[in-house]
Design a protein around this ligand. Structure first.
Ligand SMILES: CC(C)(COP(=O)(O)OP(=O)(O)OC[C@H]1O[C@@H](n2cnc3c(N)ncnc32)[C@H](O)[C@@H]1OP(=O)(O)O)[C@@H](O)C(=O)NCCC(=O)NCCS
Length: 223
């Protein structure tokens, strides 16, 4: 049951991640999703969960006014796009909401920035800090004192030891395991099932058990 004053909200991204976010937000009485936005011309004038795919992100301000929406969230796996689109939505005057599944445990000493997508079964332990626009896959365990940067994606089932730091724009693959006290740079990717036992430098891609760097990648463009 939605509250009378529920924030009318737009989801930018009408793909699989948009579905994930919708299915979390439908459980949140403080938020009422009223439409999706998507720049894919193939999705124009379509419907998703009985709601309109109302237009492109560039039209967010006008569409929000028409629909009485004051909230929005970008829903895509690409870290740079999620950050960019949340920035565009904020510039359109919308408040960036978070989609946090009710079946997660977030310690009251932990913190998490706006624009978060947190799937079911996630555990965030005391004094962990997560930045803006993070996407945390189901069953991930973020141990005490971890610091996760902005625009980071943690695949499902990632397990952190305590006091690990992860820079902006990282993608840690499904089932990655991180030894306590590690420092992971910015824009790092780990493959599925990686067991990370050493610090990883900025812009590196690491796979395997123990994880080894297999290549480097370009940093993301400035927002
Ligand atoms: C790590 C990753 C980015 C590598 O992709 P890539 O750069 O295209 O590299 P390739 O698939 O060509 O693999 C390069 C080598 O690494 C190996 N490799 C790739 N992923 C691996 C993994 N998870 N574990 C062990 N080895 C792996 C490949 O077998 C290949 O070895 P080879 O050179 O001996 O043939 C990708 O495999 C991956 O796992 N991405 C994360 C996906 C994910 O979980 N996303 C978040 C949830 S949606």
């Amino acid at each position: 049951m939605k509250e009378n004053m529920a924030i009318k909200t737009l989801i930018a991204g009408a793909g699989q991640n948009g579905s994930q976010v919708y299915n979390i937000l439908k459980l949140d009485p403080r938020i009422e999703v009223v439409a999706f936005l998507d720049d894919d011309p193939g999705k124009k004038d379509s419907e998703k969960y009985g709601l309109p795919v109302a237009g492109e992100v560039a039209q967010a301000a006008a569409l929000a006014e028409k629909m009485g929406a004051t909230g929005a969230i970008a829903a895509m796996g690409n870290n740079y796009l999620r950050a960019k689109i949340n920035q565009q939505l904020a510039e359109a005057g919308l408040g960036i909401v978070s989609a946090i599944h009710p079946h997660t445990f977030i310690d009251d000493t932990a913190s998490i920035g706006e624009g978060a997508i947190v799937e079911m079964g996630v555990m965030i332990h005391p004094h962990a800090r997560l930045g803006r626009n993070v996407f945390v896959g189901g069953s991930t365990v973020i141990a005490h004192d971890c610091i996760i940067g902005n625009h980071v994606l943690l695949g499902g089932g990632v397990v952190f030891g305590g006091d690990v730091q992860v820079g902006d724009y990282c993608t840690l693959g499904v089932g990655s395991i991180l030894q306590p006290h590690l420092r992971i740079g910015c824009n790092v990717i780990t493959g599925i099932g990686a067991v990370v036992v050493k610090d990883l430098p900025d812009n590196s891609v690491a796979v395997g058990v123990p994880a080894k760097v297999i290549r480097h990648q370009d940093p993301p463009p400035a927002l």
